[in-house]
Ligand binder design. Sequence first.
Ligand code: PMV
Length: 329
Amino acid sequence: MSNWKATAVSCSNIALIKYWGNRDQALRLPSNPSLSMNLAELTTTTHVEFDPSLTSDVLILDGREVTGSGRARVSRFLDQVRNETSEVSHLFARVESRNNFPAGAGLASSASGFAALAVAASAAAGLTLSEAELSRLARLGSGSACRSVPGGFVEWALGADDQSSYAYSIASADHWDLRDIVALIDVEHKSVGSTEGHAVADTSPLQAARVATAPDRLAQARSAVLGRDFAALADVVERDSLMMHAVMITSSPSLMYWQPATIAIMQAVVQWRANGLAACTTIDAGPNVHVICTAEAAEEVALRLRVIPGVRQVIAARAGGPARLMANL
Ligand code: PMV
């Protein structure tokens, strides 16, 4: 097959137990283990073609050519693949990547982006990698991307080193029909990206306590997922997200991602849950709120989120499958 091209599709993922901070920044070896759910409706499709006529790598993102630091990050990633095989070691690549979710909405595309890139670039280079090897490779592009390679509910254990730090599925997507109802909130100014954020995590005195207690929260979340115990999951998911934001807010510089609508939703959801709706919140490095809920609660959650001032759009996602190669286009 390998005519030096391949296409892959990958889901984004939402962390139920967050990854924040690295013990090795260059290799993206995490300070703590994390747990996530792939999001079936939020995907990136990436086509990679190694081409002897190119004089540099080319990156097209959602139809627009990207140069500068964005392209440099992808080139460094492709170097990892080029180093693995003499077939393409001397060739540049054209990478065309498309997200099916709104660009600039503040939804993380690096997880699905680097997972799809890992699968497509390695296949285009003629490499046959195991799921663990693909997850490890994706991690080098973006830490959370390693969790978008396997399917369903996914754990990223610490690992001892570069080779052993990868993610694996603890349950498939059909194990539990959990939903992520994402409330997109107006973003007034560009916030600090996660790569810079990880780099300053240790400046917060709270990070050591967060990291030390993360394995306990992960164990609670894992058993809540495996036992489909929503009340137990909600408790630990909200606490873990708040712990990460406590670290962010108290870092130097302080990273305050919340906006007024973010807090309004967090408070509303606590109230809804107290009144019997199976929903809880978790927030990444941005103002958007992910409301994790049961299938039964999903419609009601979406209706209620839509009328909260500051909510621009609501996107609903189910648990998604693994990153996969598509028929060669
Ligand atoms: O993969 P990165 O470097 O974009 O980091 C992601 C960090 C969070 O989204 C905030 C948490 C997580 O575990 O996904």
